[in-house]
Write a protein that binds this ligand. Structure first.
Ligand code: SF4
Length: 372
């Protein structure tokens, strides 16, 4: 790493703090030092945009205003409140960490980086962010935003996907961190804020409005826009699926996903591997013990997870029969109570429309497809 001398690097602190104090966005989790609230916000913000988190954050804290309330949260309620945020293990880890805080620490959060790191779902970044924001600990919180700002500032061309690079950046930031708890708190947030709004991803950095422009090696050398260096991700694999919207007596069939793996324990529409044509889909329905009555519609949808992409073909059909034991037949109010991941959003919307049509006298007869 071509290093900027430490004396120069430490010169970023003062302009950075002043800039943040004058320009920081007004976000609810910045108005508190309560570790519970800071921690909930940090977990929600992982892989999720600020704008998307705002509403969820307020609703979640109204439902679970304390770590004790979260520790006692019923699974369905927890998942329902998380519905649409994705990465559902975050919600489960939140609850198990809350249970640990209540059982092991008597409801008080550990106030050190190491103590926080021991909680389920809390990694290096979150432990540092909570330790500094809530307890004024001198712990650099290095996320993607900070890595981008720092590699540009120091004209560092090391691969940020390499844990060694992250460790080095963390050490270098720690070496220039302020001493006063209030400044520590602001310093971490200021680096992240700069990376979110000025030295931001997806476009050229806004060096003209950057408080660190004078000190920035990447800007001076014209390399900033090509930084950070990141080795290409492995290609996502594609999975084909066929999703079934089975309707019976104003109800739709749902089932619960397995306890482990992708979208564990959430509700879904029955589905099977592969892109089935009508004939195969009819056979699958029969294998589940259902007798198809009328086809309504064929739908397609795509959902991208971090490592896999689902390409889904969906069939809407009216059936008779109960289906397997794990099918649950939900009317509209029951559907509203259940957390169905956004991977199925297209199908969920269609289901809501159909159930509403049924409410108002519409029905599923006369579909556009017929049995092959
Ligand atoms: S001067 Fe430009 S490249 Fe350097 S930190 Fe500021 S916005 Fe980023």
């Amino acid at each position: 790493m071509p290093h900027t001398p430490l004396t120069t690097l430490s010169e970023i602190v003062s302009p950075l703090l002043s800039w943040y104090r004058a320009n920081a966005r007004d976000l609810p989790w910045r108005k508190t030092r309560d570790p519970y609230r800071v921690w909930v916000s940090e977990i929600m913000l992982q892989q999720t945009r600020v704008a998307a988190v705002l509403g969820y954050y307020q609703r979640f804290l109204s439902a679970f205003p304390s770590v004790e309330a979260l520790a006692d949260a019923p699974e369905e309620r927890l998942m329902k409140l998380w519905e649409g945020l994705g990465y559902y293990n975050r919600a489960r880890n939140l609850r198990s960490a809350a249970q640990t805080v209540v059982k092991v620490f008597g409801g008080k959060f550990p106030d050190t980086y190491e103590g926080l790191l021991a909680l389920p779902g809390v990694g290096d970044y979150t432990a540092s962010a909570v330790a500094s924001a809530s307890f004024g600990r001198r712990e650099p919180a290095v996320d993607g935003n900070v890595l981008r700002v720092f590699t540009r500032l120091t004209d560092c061309h090391d691969d940020i996907g390499d844990p060694k690079t992250k460790r080095t950046v963390r050490e270098r930031i720690e070496s220039i961190m302020p001493i006063e708890p209030e400044d520590i708190r602001v310093f971490n947030q200021a680096l992240m804020e700069l990376g979110a709004v000025v030295c931001a991803p997806g476009g050229p950095p806004k060096c003209g409005t950057c408080p660190l422009a004078e000190k920035c090696l990447g800007r001076r050398r014209g390399t900033a826009e090509s930084l950070p260096v990141k080795s290409p991700k492995k290609a996502r694999r594609t999975e084909e699926k066929t999703v079934f919207l089975f309707f019976r007596d104003g109800k739709v069939a749902l089932r619960k996903r397995p306890r482990d793996g992708l979208l564990a324990g959430l509700w879904e529409f029955p589905n099977a591997d592969g892109a089935m044509d009508e004939t195969a889909a009819g056979v699958q329905a029969a294998l589940w013990g259902l007798t198809p009555g009328a086809w309504k519609r064929r739908l397609t949808a795509k959902h991208i997870f971090s490592h896999v992409e689902w390409h889904m073909t969906g069939y809407v059909l009216k059936v008779s029969g109960d289906g397997p034991e794990d099918f649950f037949w939900a009317d509209r109010p029951e559907l509203e109570k259940r957390a169905i991941p956004s991977a199925f959003a297209r199908f969920l919307n269609e289901t809501k429309t159909i159930l509403s049509e049924n409410d108002t006298g519409g029905n599923l007869e006369g579909g556009s497809l017929s049995w092959a």
